[in-house]
Each structure stands twice: as structure tokens, then as C-alpha cells.
Ligand binder design. Structure first.
Ligand code: CA
Ligand code: CA
Length: 591
């Protein structure tokens, strides 16, 4: 093992492996067909629509109890913290990220390291919610990921050597990247984090081969988007609406709406779906109005970054409910017609089914046990009907520096946070990792200062029940009915995957990878990985056997922001591993 000038450790055998594995570069077609090709996983979401559904059924409800660890790999060093990555697998090589903007290429058969890349992070990075990374994108001969200092880095897939590095935004203003980028039509599409620092959210596209910016689409109304050609802004830039319409005064200049969770892509409508976070600051009394396009889902044209439609889940958000959660495309039949729908489970506690062709609201319903801030949704528009007195009070109306405290449920960490849900084409259910908690929240005066927290709020999160916080739910998107639930002591913070083997996989902070019967919710398998699982499982097939992988390593926002909930999880140990399991060949037909 040696270290080169880029800080990459390369195994002596790396070149030999590169020759043996490097036969097939990732194409646009590979990415668009990812959900149909179980021998690889080349997109975040196990398919660009983000369903996280595998057609594999060798591993199923009758044999999952025989799933066995094949290998485990340590991310090493004293750097642990939350491991929220989703691995990608191509031609027998796994590409997985770890905390502190690290990337690994691993022999997927043996667990041996091929190369490791450690981003050289400056002092003064400002990740709000742990030093996580959620995964890479693959394109051609490149492995592409975002860093905590808001850069995109493209590495050679065989050597781990940087091919291009681009600054996406100024980390000293609070920008960071934690989401996995996606690749659509040769362009790397990324969002940015930083909504707690008064940044301006944006979605940007970069040429995957060169790293040149192709377009930029700010997500706060009033800011212009641009298309670039030969390094120049095209003059007739794309407007994102007029300043001052849904924001008072100059507040739009630091309006937040961070696109921190990345996006999905629907080839049927040729749309990127990105969510946007809270308007800044959290103190909503400073910014009367809807504050577009914060706490919304946006459909964006991948060719020029223009906004095709938007759907705002929490207009004038005063609870940090954000609106970033993944929008998953799916089709369903109703009255003999196929509906091109998309669904999202919002932090605010409501589950939304939208028409993905135009953003129209189809239906919405709570997916958590209690919502205090709204009485319901307008059945025509999906706009929330606010509860009187449900918004934290205006500090300007009080004599002290603190506004009236309200108890709000869900807490700002959400009915569901970043951890992706999954959709089964067999059961036609969504499997939603959710949490039951409330918060005391109040507002305080605040003014913008570059690189400083821009909240104007204080809060304490509390569990809603004595014996559990996390709930994995099977939700029917046609009726709003909860078909089954699994309750977990600690808050759920890991992603979900479902398979044609009638299985649902997810992890728990207690350390388990678990599998459930997709129809009944019966727990069929558990394996303790040694640290909390807040990553997202994947499955693929190799040499005729079905594999499952998941990253393990407790962390993320809960221990940092969780108030009284942090006490529930304080004894969980950190870690940093990726675990890989397989079903032995002789167990495939087992009953
Ligand atoms: Ca695939
Ligand atoms: Ca936020």
C-alpha cells in the first residue's frame, strides 16, 4: 500500500484488478436501465425513479433466514460518525462513500480494497447535521461524488485518481454537499446543503466528462438561472420568478431552500425531481409569504434547468419541515386508467401523491400518528389547513427576546427525514421509515451573517411514546391506509429496499440489518453489524448468487440535534463498515 500526492492509497494489485474489471464503462443506457439489470447497481435509488425495488427473488421469505455475511470492510481511521451511504456495484467492484468525504473501491467478491480516496477538507467546513455522505454516481470511467467543502470530484474508477474537481459553492458561507449526485444524459446533477446558514439553494448540472458547468438553477424565487456555453453565461437566462413576490424585502437574498438530499429522474416525463429545504431563517415572522420555492418539490428540465412545475408541501414553513424528501415515480391503475404518479413522505407528517406530468395534487394523508401544526390538507390543492396557534410565536410581539413556545408534532427531524423509502411493484405499497416525536419550538430575533447559523429559533425534541420512536410503515398510496407497521425503540434513520422476493430490508440504530415480509410486516431476519445502521441497503447478483450490502456506523442528525431523544441513543457506539451478505447457493430452493 502506498500513498500518492492526491492522498489516495493504492493497493499494489490495483492495476491488475483495473485490467480485469475495467472492461465496461458505465453508459447513460446502463443508468436508465439500472432497475432492470440486477447484476449491477449503477444509480442512487436502484433505478433513476428511486423505487429501490429489486426484481431479484432468489432470496425470499422462505430462505432469508439463511442469509450469511460474506465479508465486511472497515472504513478505517479515527474518523467514524454517521455512515449514510448507498453502495454502487459494477463489474464486481463496489464503490461506497464514508463520513468525511471518503470514497472506497472494493473487490465485491472478497472485500479487499482496490483504492481509497480521502478528500482534503479545509478547517471550517460547516455541515449542519453530521459529516455524512450518501454515495457516488458512476459514469463512463468515472466515480463522482460531492464533498463537505461543496466540491464535485470525479475519480478514475480503476485508480481512484482525480480526473476533475469543481467548486460548486462557497463552504465558508455554509454550503456543503452530502447527497449522492445523479447522472442524466451525460450530465452530473447535484444539489447543495446549507439551509441552516442562509445560503441560496440550487440545482446544477455539470458535463460528466469535463466537469464544466452546463446550467444552474437557484431554488429561491428572484434568483436567475443560467445556461452556460463555452464557459459563458447565456444572456437570456432562465427566470425563477420575480423577487419580492413571495418574500418580503431582501429576505430572498438569503432564502435557504437547500437542495440537500439530491434528486431522482423520471425518463417518462424527462424530469428531474428535487426537493427544497426550509426557507431561512426558521423564524417565519421575519418573512411573511409563501417563500417560494422553499419546502417544495420541483420538476426540472434536465436540458436547461428550467422549472416545469412546483408543489409546495409547507408554504411559509415555520417548523423546519423542509421539503427535500425523495419524490418517487410510480404508475398505478385506477378506473381502468394508468396514472403517472409520484409520491413523497414529507417531514411535515403528510404523504403526498402527485401527478408527475404536471405536479397536480392527487391525494394526501398523514403517515404518522399525530400532526399538530395542520388540521389537514385542502382536498383540491393539497395546501395545508393550518392549526390556529400551531405556529411558534413572534418574538417581536413579546417583551423578552423569545416568542411564545408551542409544542409541534412531528418534530423538525420529521415524520420522515432523509432516509429513503421504497416502493414495491408487487404489493403496490410504499415502505416508509418514520419517527414519532414532538418538539417544543420557539422563535428568537436573528439577522444574517455569512457563515453563521441563521435560525432565529430554539427547540427541544421529545419522544412521543415511552417504548418506541421509529416506525417502519407499509402505506397504500391509493387509500392512505397503513397496511402494517414495525415499531423500533430508537428512531429509524436508515434507508429501505424492497424485492420481488416479498422482502423489505432496513437497518436500525441498535445495529441490526433487518428483513420483513413485504405483505405482512413479519420480521424474518436480523443481523447485528456492530454499530447503528443508518445507510441504505442494496441487492445485486454476482456469479449466480444474490448479495445484499449495507453500510454500518451510527451517527447523523439524531445524536447532534435530538434533544431528549439523544439520551435514548447515547450509548450506541460509532462505527464505519460496509457489510456484504449472500444466500448460499444450496439454500436458494430451501423451504
Ligand atoms: Ca442494475
Ligand atoms: Ca432544514
Amino acid at each position: 500500500m502506498r500513498t500518492n500526492k492526491f492522498g489516495i492509497r493504492i493497493a499494489a494489485s490495483a492495476l491488475a484488478l483495473a485490467v480485469s474489471y475495467g472492461a465496461h464503462a458505465v453508459t447513460d443506457k446502463d443508468i436508465m436501465n439500472d432497475h432492470k439489470t440486477p447484476e449491477d447497481v449503477v444509480s442512487y435509488g436502484m433505478g433513476t425513479q428511486g423505487q429501490r425495488y429489486s426484481i431479484l427473488e432468489d432470496l425470499n421469505t422462505s430462505n432469508v433466514q439463511h442469509l450469511q455475511p460474506a465479508w465486511a470492510f472497515s472504513f478505517g481511521s479515527e474518523k467514524m460518525r454517521g455512515q449514510e451511504s448507498q453502495p454502487l456495484i459494477k463489474d464486481g467492484v463496489m464503490y461506497v462513500t464514508a463520513s468525511y468525504s471518503r470514497v472506497y473501491a472494493i473487490d465485491a467478491r472478497t472485500g479487499e480494497e482496490i483504492w481509497q480516496y480521502d478528500a482534503r477538507l479545509p478547517d471550517g467546513i460547516m455541515p449542519c447535521c453530521d459529516v455524512v455522505n450518501r454515495g457516488v454516481a458512476l459514469y463512463d470511467d468515472k466515480v463522482i461524488f460531492g464533498t463537505l467543502d461543496a466540491k464535485l470530484v470525479a475519480l478514475n474508477k480503476d485508480t481512484g485518481k482525480p480526473m476533475w474537481i469543481k467548486k460548486v459553492a462557497d463552504y465558508q458561507a455554509g454550503y456543503a454537499i452530502t447527497a449522492a449526485p445523479i447522472v442524466v444524459k451525460g450530465k452530473v446533477i447535484t444539489g447543495v446543503s446549507g439551509g441552516e446558514f442562509g445560503i441560496v439553494g440550487k440545482v446544477e448540472a455539470y458535463d460528466a466528462n469535463t466537469g464544466d458547468v452546463v446550467w444552474t438553477r437557484p431554488t429561491v424565487e428572484g434568483h436567475m438561472g443560467y445556461v452556460y456555453k463555452d464557459g459563458k453565461k447565456i444572456e437570456n437566462g432562465i427566470s425563477g420568478g420575480k423577487a419580492g413576490v413571495t418574500w418580503p424585502g431582501d429576505m430572498w437574498k438569503n432564502g435557504g431552500a437547500a437542495t440537500w438530499l439530491g434528486g431522482t429522474y423520471d425518463p417518462d416525463t424527462d424530469s428531474l425531481f428535487f426537493g427544497t429545504g426550509n426557507p431561512a431563517p426558521w423564524n417565519s415572522h421575519l418573512r411573511p409569504g409563501d417563500n417560494l420555492f422553499s419546502s417544495s418539490r420541483l420538476a426540472i428540465d434536465p436540458d436547461d434547468g428550467s422549472i416545469k412545475w412546483h408543489f409546495q408541501t409547507t408554504p411559509h414553513d415555520g417548523w423546519d419541515y423542509d421539503g427535500v424528501n425523495e419524490l418517487i415515480s410510480f404508475d398505478y391503475k385506477e378506473k381502468g386508467k394508468t396514472v403517472k404518479a409520484a409520491a413523497t413522505a414529507d417531514r411535515n407528517g403528510f404523504f403526498y401523491v402527485l401527478n408527475r406530468e404536471n405536479g397536480d395534487f392527487i391525494r394526501g394523508f398523514p403517515f404518522v400518528d399525530k400532526i399538530t401544526w395542520a388540521e389537514g390538507l385542502d382536498p383540491k390543492t393539497g395546501r395545508p389547513i393550518y392549526t390556529k396557534g400551531g405556529r411558534p410565536g413572534d418574538p417581536a410581539a413579546m417583551e423578552g427576546s423569545k416568542g411564545e413556545v408551542v409544542v409541534a408534532q412531528p418534530a423538525f427531524l420529521g415524520g420522515k427525514n432523509w432516509m429513503p423509502m421504497a416502493y414495491s411493484q408487487d404489493t403496490e405499497l410504499f415502505y416508509v421509515p418514520s419517527n414519532e416525536w414532538s418538539m417544543d419550538i420557539w422563535n428568537e430575533p436573528v439577522s444574517y451573517k455569512k457563515g453563521a447559523a441563521f435560525l432565529g429559533a430554539g427547540f427541544t425534541i421529545k419522544p412521543a411514546n415511552d417504548d418506541y420512536i421509529g416506525v417502519l410503515r407499509a402505506m397504500d398510496p391509493k387509500t392512505g391506509k397503513e397496511v402494517w407497521r414495525y415499531e423500533n425503540t430508537a428512531p429509524l434513520w436508515g434507508g429501505v429496499m424492497t424485492t420481488a422476493g416479498n422482502l423489505v430490508f432496513t437497518g436500525t440504530p441498535e445495529g441490526y440489518l433487518k428483513a420483513f415480509d413485504a405483505k405482512t410486516g413479519e420480521e424474518l431476519y436480523r443481523f447485528n453489524t456492530g454499530s447503528g445502521v443508518v445507510g441504505t441497503p442494496v441487492t445485486w447478483t454476482m456469479d449466480g448468487e444474490q448479495y445484499v450490502s449495507v453500510a454500518s456506523g451510527w451517527g447523523g442528525a439524531v445524536p447532534l440535534w435530538g434533544g431528549e431523544v439523544a439520551k435514548v441513543v447515547k450509548d450506541f457506539n460509532q462505527g464505519g463498515m460496509v457489510w456484504t451478505f449472500k444466500l448460499p447457493k444450496d439454500r436458494v430452493a430451501s423451504q
